[in-house]
Ligand binder design. Structure first.
Ligand code: ADP
Ligand code: GN1
Ligand code: MG
Length: 354
């Protein structure tokens, strides 16, 4: 596709410095179309917003503007929304677009190749949790209801299986069986939020390693990004989702499952960073459930990938047929290895918080 031709007119609607010189796809996000826009003066990220996933664009952008202003007021580096020439926070139309300043001299990782970088990301997500604790939750629109409600995700999965609209269930019997057979493990986090034994916090909810920008030279965390899913939730979601993605020895879409393992040393490094940052606010019950939260976010993501595969790949961006099934398989492999190591994980958390 000729991205320049396709998107230059859109980019010109924004208050950019310089003339648009190049537009190309960028990054590995599964939800928005992310474009790198280079002008004669500087670089920007422009995104075609996924309005099917996030239908309330006004509410979504109000959340992002509110949270980024809150962070900036505290001197914390974050996304900077570039307004349209008309002064709006995003371009509204049949398709919606937004622009951020490109945060230079940073990188995102698709796997935790460096244990110190992963520890740094844990510290940064923990600190991010602390900053969000000061944010007034009543100012937030819930962008996606039931986002980490695993029992609801399981019901959606079963509906997709029942429909089997693309006749694909026959290709993934083992995976379906794994998800169905673990039903009794899906409720603990939601039950805890409901009965008050787990505190409801403002959380990021999508804390994978490629949603944080790391300094390309020092490996320190620079900015937490992808703020679309900031909503009330549990600390288990943020801790768990990072472990799901980053404490694996392989990429989320590695086809060769013999390469995919849950790495307890990566778990320990992340936990050191994260728990070190939240040690003054984490409750005893949250700490106890961090290992379970890691497993839960992993199997939940697995059932979401599988449900999307069964439904014809309409939610997550895919690069080939079967991509979502490949992703589901890595999540199942990781979840089953985590299940077998709850005790060791618990011991690590206890030692860090002792
Ligand atoms: P998605 O919701 O589709 O995951 P993201 O907002 O996470 O989209 O953006 C996708 C990728 O683009 C990120 O993983 C990151 O590599 C890159 N990115 C996004 N925003 C910026 C930014 N402001 N500066 C530099 N890189 C960015
Ligand atoms: C999506 O937007 P992105 O690519 O950072 C998804 C997450 C999943 C993740 C799996 C809004 O994250 O929930 O865990 O893919 N985001 C949304 O990689 O559904
Ligand atoms: Mg992302």
């Amino acid at each position: 596709m000729d991205y320049m031709n396709e998107y230059k007119k859109i980019a010109d609607e924004f208050a950019l410095v310089g003339e648009v010189a190049d537009i190309r796809p960028y990054g590995e996000g599964h939800i928005n179309l992310t474009l790198l826009v280079t002008t004669t003066e500087k670089r920007y990220i422009m995104q075609k917003m996924n309005t099917r996933v996030f239908p309330d664009s006004d509410g979504l952008m109000a959340n992002i503007c509110g949270v980024t202003e809150h962070l900036k007021a505290r001197g914390i580096e974050t996304l900077s929304v570039v307004p349209t020439k008309a002064g709006a926070p995003y371009l509204k139309g049949e398709e919606c677009y937004r622009v951020y300043d490109f945060i230079e001299n940073t990188v995102t990782y698709q796997t935790a190749t460096d244990i110190d970088v992963f520890r740094n990301s844990g510290k940064a997500f923990g600190e991010f949790q602390n900053y969000l604790a000061e944010f007034d939750a009543s100012k937030l629109t819930v962008a996606i209801k039931h986002f980490h409600d695993t029992p609801k995700r399981f019901r959606d999965f079963k509906a997709a299986l029942e429909a089997d609209a693309f006749d694909r269930a026959k290709d993934c019997k083992e995976e379906i069986e794994f998800i169905l057979s673990h039903e009794n493990t899906y409720g603990i986090a939601m039950d805890g939020l409901k009965d008050g034994s787990l505190p409801l916090r403002v959380t990021h909810n999508d804390t994978k390693l490629n949603n944080i920008l790391m300094d390309e030279k020092t490996g320190a965390a620079r900015a937490v990004i992808d703020l679309d899913t900031i909503m009330p939730g549990s600390m288990l979601f943020d801790f768990g989702d990072s472990i799901r993605f980053g404490a694996s020895t392989a990429a989320e879409d590695e086809k060769d499952l013999t390469k995919v393992h849950f790495d307890i040393n990566l778990f320990k490094a992340y936990a050191e960073g994260y728990c070190g940052a939240v040690k003054n606010s984490i409750t005893k019950r949250e700490a106890e459930l961090l290992p379970y939260g890691s497993y839960l976010m992993t199997i939940e993501c697995g059932m979401r990938f599988l449900a999307d595969y069964l439904s014809g790949d309409t939610y997550f961006a895919t690069k080939y047929e079967g991509h979502n099934l490949v992703r589901c398989r890595t999540q199942i492999r990781l979840a089953s290895e985590m299940e077998a190591q709850f005790k060791e994980m618990g011991k690590i958390i206890d030692e860090i918080l002792a």
